[in-house]
Design a protein around this ligand. Structure first.
Ligand code: OGA
Ligand code: MN
Length: 291
C-alpha cells in the first residue's frame, strides 16, 4: 500500500513509499492511477536525483511517452539529454551552460510561467507529466498547481450550462508569443498546428468533471475571438484563485507527477541567467481517441 499525505484541502499528496528505481508492476501502476484520480498531483520524495533510465521506465508504465523536438526547432541546436522522450525544462543548453540571454529556448521556456496544462496544443492529449528535479536554484523556483475539478465544481449551474458544449482552440505558438517569444516563421508554426478540445472534460474512470483551460487556448471555437478570450480569461481567473492552488517547493530528487486533464500548473520566476535549474520531464500520452 502506498501511503499518501495530503498537501492541500482538495488535491495534491506526497509519498516516500514508491521506489522509482524498481520496476513497476501492474498492481502498483493501478494503485498509482487510483491515487492520481484522487489527488491529481503526487509528489514522490527521493533522497537523490532520479536516474533518467528509471524516470523513463516509470513513465512508460503509464502509457506511450511524448517525443519533443520543439526546442531543437526553435533554436536550431542539439539537445543536452540522451533522448527526446525527456523534455528539458531547465535553463541549460546542450553544453550544460546556462542559456544565453538571447537564446530562443529561454524565451520559449518563459511560456511555462503562464498557467497551462501540457500538450493541449496537440490533438492527442497528455495524461500525466512526471517532472524530476536534478538541480534546484537558490530560492527554489517553485511550481504552482491548480485543481481544475474543484474549480469546475465551484462554478454555478448557469456557468456550467454555458460552457458544457464549448471547445477552445489551443496552439503552442499562441502561448509562446504571449510569454514573450518572437513570432516564429510560418514554416516553424506549421510544425505544430493547433488543436481543439472541450472546455469540460470528464475523467473516464471516476466520471468527475474538470475545467480544461491553458495559456495555449487562444479562443472559443465558433465564437468571435474577443468574446472567447474574455470567457477564457474569466474562467482562468476563477480556476486559479488561491483556494484552488497548491505550490510545490522543490528539493533535489523530488519527482512530481500531475494529471494534465485535472490540473493546470505554472513555473515561478527565478534568476535564470545566473543559477542553473535542471528539470527533466516525461510526458505520458493518452492512447485512446482524441477529444
Ligand atoms: C513543465 C512545466 C514548470 C516548472 O515541466 O511542464 O511547465 O516550474 N514546468 O518547471
Ligand atoms: Mn508545463
Amino acid at each position: 500500500m502506498v501511503r499518501f499525505t495530503q498537501l492541500h484541502q482538495t488535491f495534491a499528496a506526497e509519498t516516500e513509499d514508491v521506489d522509482l528505481s524498481a520496476p513497476m508492476n501492474d498492481a502498483l501502476r493501478d494503485e498509482l492511477v487510483v491515487g492520481m484520480d484522487c489527488h491529481a498531483v503526487c509528489v514522490f520524495r527521493n533522497s537523490a536525483p532520479v536516474e533518467d533510465a528509471h524516470h523513463l521506465a516509470f513513465g512508460r508504465g503509464f502509457g506511450p511517452l511524448m517525443r519533443q523536438k520543439m526546442q531543437q526547432t526553435v533554436s536550431g541546436r542539439g539537445i543536452r539529454l540522451s533522448t527526446d522522450e525527456l523534455v528539458d525544462v531547465g535553463n541549460l543548453d546542450e553544453d550544460g551552460n546556462i542559456h544565453a540571454v538571447d537564446d530562443p529556448r529561454r524565451a520559449f521556456h518563459k511560456g511555462n510561467l503562464l498557467w497551462h496544462s501540457d500538450v493541449t496544443f496537440d490533438a492527442v492529449r497528455a495524461t500525466y507529466s512526471i517532472l524530476a528535479a536534478q538541480q534546484v536554484p537558490p530560492g527554489g523556483a517553485d511550481t504552482e498547481f491548480a485543481d481544475m475539478r474543484a474549480a469546475y465544481d465551484a462554478l454555478d449551474d448557469t456557468q456550467k450550462d454555458r460552457i458544457e458544449g464549448l471547445s477552445a482552440e489551443h496552439s503552442i505558438w499562441y502561448s509562446r508569443i504571449l510569454g514573450g517569444m518572437e513570432a516564429p516563421s510560418a514554416a516553424i508554426k506549421a510544425t505544430r498546428p493547433p488543436a481543439v478540445h472541450r472546455l469540460v472534460q470528464v475523467n473516464p474512470r471516476t466520471g468527475r468533471k474538470s475545467l480544461s483551460l491553458a495559456s495555449h487556448a487562444s479562443h472559443i471555437a465558433g465564437w468571435p475571438v474577443a468574446d472567447g478570450r474574455r470567457l477564457l480569461d474569466e474562467l482562468t481567473a476563477h480556476a486559479t484563485r488561491p483556494e484552488f492552488v497548491f505550490r510545490h517547493k522543490w528539493r533535489v530528487g523530488d519527482v512530481v507527477m500531475w494529471d494534465n486533464q485535472q490540473t493546470m500548473h505554472r513555473g515561478t520566476p527565478f534568476d535564470d541567467t545566473r543559477h542553473p535549474r535542471d528539470m527533466r520531464r516525461v510526458t505520458v500520452l493518452e492512447s485512446g481517441e482524441a477529444s
